[in-house]
Design a binder for this molecule. Sequence first.
Ligand code: GAR
Length: 221
Amino acid sequence: MPINENFLLCPDMDSLPRIDPPLRIGVMASGNGSNFEALVESTLSSSLNAKVELLVVNNECCFAIDRAKRLGIKYLLHDHRDYVSRHELDKALIQSFKEFEIECIVMAGWMRVVTPTLINSFNNRIINIHPSILPSFPGLNAIDKALAFGVKVTGCTVHIVSAEVDSGPILAQAVVPIFEHDNKQSLRRRIQEQEHKILPIGVAVAAERWRLEDLSRDNMC
Ligand code: GAR
């Protein structure tokens, strides 16, 4: 795996095969939505041959909705407080994503635990982004934890979602140094700059594998 001068631990987007046919992506977000926007931008600039067909949010006040409106992306609200269990919420999410013929879900700041109901239904085609070098600092408040621990580097990880929180096969990582003067805001800003670069690359890495799987399945039929 090459390490370039930006400390991205992933291939260059240009070195990856073009995704064919284009990937139909659904995004889940709970908050600001900057990763959602970065992903949409990478599809609009054609660096990622994919289309974000749907955004699902769980919070009607989240800024990701404003971004979806500006970018012309359809969005749906599934407020977790309207469901009796995580399982019921995930069943509703599955139905929405199936209606939009989504092949791959990207959790871009989705701050809820997902259940095996959703994970199994999408057959290893759910991707998450997390603000640490996993397996360090999984779960909530990863940036606070890195600062409190006193580590000298942290970063971000794009990975396939498995049943355990913030675990699963890693697709892309970026390293971010922690400086003496850093606080949560300054560190988060630098981590997010890297997140916006590695999220589309992580999706492209996974899509290459999925298209090969699709091909070998078609050849067996
Ligand atoms: C991102 O930093 C992402 O890594 C993190 O939430 C932020 C969302 O930012 N996700 C997690 O902590 C998941 N465990 P955004 O709304 O601006 O994309």
